[in-house]
Design a protein around this ligand. Structure first.
Ligand code: PEP
Ligand code: MN
Length: 276
C-alpha cells in the first residue's frame, strides 16, 4: 500500500506481482539484464554522434541516447539541432544497430520523434506537462519518464499513471536527482527512491547519475550505487570531447572513462543477481 497515494490503479504494485518489461527496439528494460542507455547530452554533429555511438556500443551500452530538442535554462544556450538531430540519431541507429531514445518537449515534436526514435524521453521539466503526458498516453511507443526535479515520488507515479491511463503502459521511470539545499552537486540523487519505487510500482526504474550529480567523476560511483539499490538500468552522458560539448560537458564521461565504469559495474550487477 502506498502511504497516502490515492489512485495508481494501473502503475501501482497492488494486485500485480510480475514486473513490467518494456521492449525498446528489441532491448528489454526491466528484465533480468541491467540496460545501459548512453550517448551525448545533445546531438551536435554527425561525427560527434557517430563516434560516441560506436564507443558506447563497444563498451556495452544497449541503447543510444541523444537530445535533439533540448530544454535549456537560458534561451540563449544551444537548444538542439531539432529535426536535423533526429535524422542524425536515425542514421546512428542504422550504423550501430542501437535503438534510440530522445526527448520530446512538446506535443508538436511527437510525430517527428516517433518517426526517428524507438523511445520518447519526457524530461524532468516536462514531467508535469499533462497535455504531453496525455498525447504520449495515446501512443504505443515506449516512454522514458524522468522525475521532475521538484516532484515527490507520489507525483512521479501519478504522472506515469497519466500515460498508462491513456492506454500506453510501456513506461520506464528514471530517477535523475531532485533539487535540495545542497549546491556541491547539481541535484541530489535520491537513491532511496529506487527501493521505494520498486515496492510501489511494477514499472522498470533506471537511474541517471549524470544529471543526478552534474560532475563526471561522481558518475561511476553513483552508477555502482544505483545498481546496488536495484536499478534496472542507467542513463549516462558520454561525449568524445566533453570540454567542447555544447551542453552538460562537465557531467559527461569520456569514452575511456565510460568503458572503465562499465567494466567496474559488472561484479556489482552479478552480486545483485542481474545479467550484465
Ligand atoms: C537530458 O537527459 O539531457 C535532460 C535534459 O535531462 P533532465 O530532463 O533530467 O534534466
Ligand atoms: Mn543533459
Amino acid at each position: 500500500m502506498i502511504r497516502g497515494i490515492s489512485d495508481t490503479r494501473l502503475v501501482g504494485r497492488e494486485g500485480k506481482t510480475e514486473n513490467t518489461v518494456v521492449d525498446v527496439g528489441g532491448v528489454l528494460v526491466g528484465g533480468p539484464d541491467i540496460v545501459v542507455m548512453a550517448g551525448p547530452c545533445s546531438v551536435e554533429s554527425e561525427e560527434q554522434l557517430l563516434a560516441t555511438a560506436i564507443a558506447v556500443k563497444r563498451a556495452g551500452a544497449k541503447i543510444l541516447r541523444g537530445g535533439a530538442f533540448k530544454p535549456r535554462t537560458s534561451p540563449y544556450s544551444f537548444r538542439g539541432l531539432r529535426e536535423e538531430g533526429l535524422k542524425l540519431l536515425a542514421e546512428a541507429r542504422r550504423a550501430t544497430g542501437l535503438p534510440v531514445v530522445t526527448e520530446a518537449m512538446d506535443t508538436r515534436h511527437l510525430d517527428a520523434v516517433c518517426a526517428h526514435a524507438d523511445m520518447i524521453q519526457i524530461g524532468s521539466r516536462s514531467m508535469q506537462n499533462y497535455a504531453l503526458l496525455e498525447e504520449v498516453g495515446k501512443l504505443r511507443v515506449p516512454v522514458l519518464l524522468k522525475r521532475g526535479f521538484s516532484a515527490t515520488i507520489e507525483e512521479f507515479l501519478l504522472a506515469a499513471e497519466y500515460i498508462a491511463s491513456g492506454g500506453n503502459g510501456r513506461i520506464v521511470l528514471c530517477e535523475r536527482g531532485i533539487r535540495t539545499f545542497e549546491t556541491s552537486t547539481r541535484n541530489t540523487l535520491d537513491l532511496s527512491a529506487l527501493p521505494l519505487l520498486k515496492r510501489w510500482t511494477h514499472l522498470p526504474v533506471i537511474v541517471d547519475p549524470s544529471h543526478g550529480t552534474g560532475l563526471w567523476w561522481l558518475v561511476p560511483h553513483m552508477a555502482r550505487a544505483a545498481v546496488a539499490v536495484g536499478a534496472d538500468g542507467l542513463l549516462i552522458e558520454v561525449h568524445v570531447n566533453p570540454q567542447a560539448a555544447l551542453s552538460d560537458g562537465e557531467q559527461s564521461l569520456r569514452p575511456e572513462t565510460f568503458e572503465r565504469m562499465m567494466n567496474d559495474i559488472g561484479p556489482m550487477a552479478h552480486a545483485m543477481g542481474r545479467g550484465w
